[in-house]
Structures are given as C-alpha cells and as structure tokens.
Design a protein around this ligand. Structure first.
Ligand code: AP5
Length: 215
C-alpha cells in the first residue's frame, strides 16, 4: 500500500501516519522529520534549510525531490510506504508521479486530513515534542503524565521552533498557496479520501482504517 497523507500544518498527519505505519507494518516517511534530523545533526544540509524551516517557508522543490527519491530507493519501501509532508507543491506531485512510474508503482491512497485554520493555531500552540526520542504531545488533548517530561524517556519536552502563532499562520498561508492545488490534483485523479481531522484522534484512526480497507 503506497499512501500519501495531506492536510494543513498540524492537521494530525504525523499522528495518523504513525498509526497506519504500525497497523500496516510499512515505513512512515516524514519529510519534516527528515529535515529536522538534519538540522539537529548540524550537517551542511541541516544548516542550509534551518532558516527556511523555522520561518515556515518551503524548502526548494529540487532538494526535496532528491531527498524523497533517495529515501524511496531503500529496500524497506518494497511492501509500501506512507509519505507525510510530501508532495507539497504541484512540481513535487508531478515528480512523484514520474518517480512512481519509473519503479512501476503508483500512489493508491491520498488521505486528506481536513482541519480549519483556527483549530490549527490552537493545536500547534499547545504541541510539545520530546527533543530526545521525538514523541509528540499536546498540552490540551494529549499531555504527558508527568508535567512536562516525556513519558517514554523522561526528557523535558519543548515546543517546535516553528510552532509560534506567527509562524503557524505563515505555514498556513504557504499551505493555501502551494499545497491546496496538490489536493485538487489528487481529487481529479480519484485517489483522494477526506477525513474530518477535528474529531478525536481515535475516531480519526477508525475512519482512516475504514478508508484504506482495514489493511
Ligand atoms: P512538517 O513537519 O511536515 O510540518 P507540517 O506539515 O506543518 O505538519 P506538522 O508536523 O506541524 O503537523 P501534523 O499534521 O503532522 O500534525 P501532528 O500529528 O503533529 O514540515 C515542517 C517544515 O519542513 C515545513 O514548514 C517546510 O519548511 C519543511 N518541509 C517539509 N516537507 C517539505 C516539502 N515536501 N517541501 C518543502 N518543504 C518541506 O499533530 C499536531 C498536534 O495536534 C499534536 O499536538 C497532536 O497531538 C495533536 N492532534 C493530532 N490529531 C489530533 C486530533 N484529531 N484531535 C486533537 N489533537 C490532535
């Protein structure tokens, strides 16, 4: 099963991607996570993208396409994969199609997690992540059990650098301008499934499972 998760920043793409990855036993490929790992490692690539990512703008298409192409050449995607955060522009979606054609595969499902802007701003302002193990929390809907410590590794959880109200709104504008056309692109190809991302996580999990046929 080759699947793409789409939706505005903070819609719950990562939350759903992790759930599906576990259920279906296929890798969750998050371009945002990959970029943040590069930034944390201090690599040349990380230094190059840091300012762009922290401001909520998009990293250039050619670089993102190279990163995804390289990742999709790994053996673990043979049984399927979940792309989270890619494609985000029409150029990326067209390149993904070319890439899939070249390896004789296709994107079977595009799940669009639909959440309005006001909910997004509130949700992302209360998101915290563990800088050590990457586990994600929400201080309103899913707080850690011990104040501000990660349940899994005990590290103090922090806000992502791009989760401040101004950058969240920038990210949403970028999403409207560059990524909404990609949703239409997939709608026209009849592979788009829309899920109401304002519902509680477990309810969204159920709907997502239903859409992909309980795979
Ligand atoms: P990326 O990391 O992809 O950020 P994003 O798209 O803004 O998405 P988020 O990770 O913020 O949110 P999400 O939808 O995964 O929601 P989550 O599950 O965490 O990209 C970051 C940056 O990298 C971009 O801005 C760009 O600069 C760059 N980049 C990445 N890919 C790129 C590309 N292809 N091209 C160019 N640049 C690229 O949930 C959010 C919060 O809500 C959490 O606290 C969670 O607990 C909570 N939550 C989740 N679901 C629910 C629910 N149903 N009810 C209540 N709370 C919920």
């Amino acid at each position: 099963m080759n699947l793409v998760l789409m939706g505005p920043p903070g819609a719950g793409k990562g939350t759903q991607a992790k759930f599906i990855a576990e259920k279906a036993g296929i890798p969750h490929i998050s371009t945002g996570d990959m970029l943040r790992e590069e930034m944390a490692s201090g690599s040349e690539l990380g230094k190059r993208v840091k300012e762009i990512v922290n401001s909520g703008k998009l990293v250039d298409d050619s670089l993102m396409i190279e990163i995804v192409k390289e990742r999709l050449s790994k053996d673990d995607v043979a049984g399927g994969f979940i792309l989270d955060g890619f494609p985000r522009t029409l150029a990326q979606s067209e390149k993904l199609d070319e890439l899939m054609d070249s390896i004789d595969k296709k994107i079977e499902y595009v799940l669009y997690v639909d959440v309005p802007e006001e909910v997004i701003v509130k949700r992302l302002s209360s998101r915290r992540v563990c800088p050590k193990c990457g586990k994600s929390y929400n201080m309103i809907s899913n707080p850690p059990s011990d104040g501000d410590k990660c349940d899994d590794c005990g590290t103090a959880i922090v806000a992502r650098a791009d989760d401040n109200p101004e950058t969240i709104r920038n990210r949403y504008r970028v999403y409207e301008d560059s990524t909404e056309p990609v949703i239409e692109y997939y709608r026209n190809r009849n592979v788009l499934f829309t899920v109401d991302g304002t519902l509680p996580v477990e309810k969204v999990n159920d709907m997502v499972l239903n859409m992909i046929g309980g795979e």
